[in-house]
Design a protein around this ligand. Structure first.
Ligand SMILES: NC(=O)C1=CN([C@@H]2O[C@H](COP(=O)(O)OP(=O)(O)OC[C@H]3O[C@@H](n4cnc5c(N)ncnc54)[C@H](O)[C@@H]3O)[C@@H](O)[C@H]2O)[C@@H](O)CC1
Ligand SMILES: Nc1ncnc2c1ncn2[C@@H]1O[C@H](COP(=O)(O)OP(=O)(O)O)[C@@H](O)[C@H]1O
Ligand SMILES: [K+]
Length: 587
């Protein structure tokens, strides 16, 4: 699934309207309807568990007075069990059969199946009253359309305009008039905090992708008031107050239970804190062809198995050829670990094996070798030289390069610490290793102190896997600055430096020098534990050894790592108990 910036979204809107001739008001109609359907679905889920209300037709004495009343009864069962004939099992169905014998199933008579627009039918509608907060732009227009559909479903709605309705223009003004003509009750925010007591939910249609900066004036007042109301909030497109591109939340920003995102996922919804403010996200089609994004050359994606397969060409089933042998799946060399942090190397090397490589060799300063014998029987150990105290030195680079000669990938960094002439060590490895290179942990801190653009350029790809702190050092900015716009920053760094960048942390971003971006959402906060990153390094190396290309291995590795973290958490009562070894074992 593509993810877009606000600017890209406007471009796709424009093309749909101008090139395809689909009127803007039709898109808005689809948007509002989709939002209403999601609110109705939410009400339906809320209704489950409540004592079932008698269907309206039955309460009305067996015969439906109006199509509307009858439809509400029928919707009850259709929603629970969609499919032809489901309505006949409802109380309403039974009532109709009782009141109108010709509607019953007569032996031999053809059965007439008629169903309504189930997604727009609300059971327990009488229990609901939604307040729709309407902004000045098209986001407000979406809210007005949604209000009409909710009303049609029998749900009470009230409109609260942030600004005088006369100031709405274009399609939004059209919707304002339609809502007024339909008799929807409306008020204009008059300052202070509106009362929320009578409402069962709030639709936030204040600000969308046209918002600039922090919400001002009435918008800010309304957002702050809603957040304090304790009412469930559904946001139209994005939570108002969110930067749609970066995921930054302004002060104030709506805290939604559900965001109905329109047409394409907005970048800001996939990055924290925006992801947190959005709640559950549903992306709904509104008539803008999904293929337009590809045709327009947009190349940022939410990482899913479909994207891994369809966009990146990864075989997610990780099939092995029946006559394969260990040589078929490549040989990883991990240069990692030192006396105080040998575990980091062990984790990375073990993870590479679990990722499916045929062989893994772990190179450490020779002094450590006797201590590591048997630590992981599947691993081969190699002497990388180094100091008498078990630390690395510049000369060890030659040993690593010798060892790397017959390997398919080299991963460096976890647990190596800092040492004298470590920049020289890394430069030699960078320039000399003729296989793909994964650079992590302290090797990234070393790299941050080098002008590596002046180094001899490499033919094989380099994958950098920084966490936000390491990324800050690489980019020479603060960690806060990194987290402010992770996607934008990862993209520009990868492009400028010609590296594949894996910016770790919740919703890891994978950026490729050709401008492709993938945002991963597997994983969970239980993975914030020492060694989890070393494990990722090993997984990516293990995939590279099996012949995956740089971006394929980086993206699939991140995806699998998160999935393994999720599986590991399921094996424990509390995800907080997950440790890096659990992630390896869950691969
Ligand atoms: N064809 C389209 O363009 C479509 C747009 N759609 C909706 O339209 C939205 C974008 O609409 P717009 O571009 O009109 O923008 P918005 O609806 O986000 O509103 C922008 C308006 O809000 C005001 N504003 C901006 N920043 C503010 C701030 N910080 N504080 C207070 N007021 C502020 C300005 O008056 C500005 O005109 C999307 O998010 C989506 O909901 C949908 O209707 C589908 C079709
Ligand atoms: N809240 C989170 N949600 C998802 N993944 C997380 C979260 N916190 C950490 N992770 C993942 O765990 C790993 C931690 O890596 P890192 O910080 O380098 O740890 P270490 O250096 O101890 O190995 C990264 O892959 C990161 O994306
Ligand atoms: K909104």
């Amino acid at each position: 699934m593509h993810i877009v910036t606000a600017e890209e979204m406007r471009r796709l809107d424009r093309i749909t309207i101008e090139r395809l001739g689909i009127p803007a008001v039709a898109l808005m109609e689809n948007a509002g309807r989709a939002i209403a359907e999601e609110i109705i679905a939410l009400c339906r889920r809320r209704g489950v568990g409540r004592a079932p209300l008698p269907a309206r037709a039955a309460r009305d004495g067996g015969a439906p007075h109006s199509a509307g009343a009858w439809a509400a009864g029928a919707a009850h069962e259709e929603a629970a069990a969609p499919g032809a004939g489901a309505a006949w099992n409802t109380a309403a169905g039974r009532a109709l059969r009782g009141g109108n014998p010709s509607g019953g199933a007569l032996a031999g008579a053809p059965k007439l199946h008629i169903s309504g627009d189930a997604a727009l039918m609300a059971e327990h509608a009488e229990d609901e009253h939604w307040l729709v907060l309407v902004g000045k732009g098209n986001n407000g227009g979406d809210g007005l359309v949604a209000a009409r559909y909710l009303r049609e479903a029998g749900i009470a709605v009230s409109l609260l305009y942030a600004v005088p309705p006369e100031s709405l223009t274009g399609e939004a003004a059209l919707q304002r008039d339609a809502a007024a003509a339909m008799g929807l009750p409306a008020a204009v925010h008059g300052g202070g905090s509106p009362g929320f007591a009578g409402y069962s939910g709030v639709l936030d249609a204040l600000l969308g992708t046209g918002a600039a900066g922090a919400p001002r004036g009435a918008y800010a007042e309304l957002i702050a008031a809603v957040n304090g109301s304790g009412k469930p909030v559904v946001s139209a497109d994005i939570p108002s107050g969110l930067n749609a591109d970066t995921g930054e939340t302004h002060e104030p920003c709506i805290q939604a239970s559900l965001t109905v995102c329109l047409a394409f996922l907005k970048r800001g919804l996939l990055q924290y804190p925006g992801s947190g403010a959005a709640g559950r996200i549903v992306v709904r089609s509104i008539g803008i062809p999904a293929g337009l994004a590809r045709e327009e050359g947009l190349s940022a994606y939410w990482l899913t198995p479909a994207v891994l397969e369809g966009v990146l060409g990864v075989d997610v089933s990780r099939r092995r050829v029946p006559d394969g042998h260990k040589g078929t799946y490549g040989h990883v060399l991990v240069a990692a670990g030192s006396l105080r942090m040998s575990g980091a190397g062990l984790i990375a090397a073990r993870a590479s094996l679990r990722a499916g490589c045929g062989l893994a060799t772990w190179a450490v300063p020779g002094k450590l070798l006797p201590l590591l014998v048997g630590a992981a029987p599947e691993l081969m150990l190699a002497d990388a030289g180094g100091q008498a105290d078990g630390t690395w030195n510049a000369e060890a680079a030659e040993e690593v390069l010798n060892l790397a000669e017959k390997k398919d990938v080299l991963a460096v960094g976890p647990g190596i610490g800092r040492f004298q002439e470590d920049k020289e060590w890394l430069k030699r490895i960078w320039e000399g290793a003729e296989c793909p290179l994964v650079v992590d942990a302290d090797a990234l801190n070393i790299l941050a102190e080098c002008d590596y653009r002046s180094w001899k350029s490499r033919r094989e790809p380099v994958i950098l896997t920084p966490h936000p702190g390491e990324m800050a050092r690489l980019a020479g900015v603060s960690t806060m600055e990194i987290q402010r716009d992770r996607i934008g920053l990862a993209l520009s760094y990868a492009r400028e430096r010609g590296v594949i960048l894996v910016l770790k942390g919740a919703h890891t971003v994978i950026a490729s020098p050709d401008g492709r971006i993938f945002v991963n959402t597997t994983g969970h906060p239980g993975m914030a534990t020492g060694g989890a990153g070393d494990c990722l390094t090993g997984i990516i190396a293990g995939l590279l050894a099996q012949g995956l290309e740089g971006v394929q291995a980086a993206a699939f590795g991140v995806y699998l790592h998160g999935l393994a973290g999720e599986k590991a958490a399921l094996l424990r009562d509390d995800p907080a108990s997950v440790i890096a070894s659990d992630i390896i074992e869950a691969l």
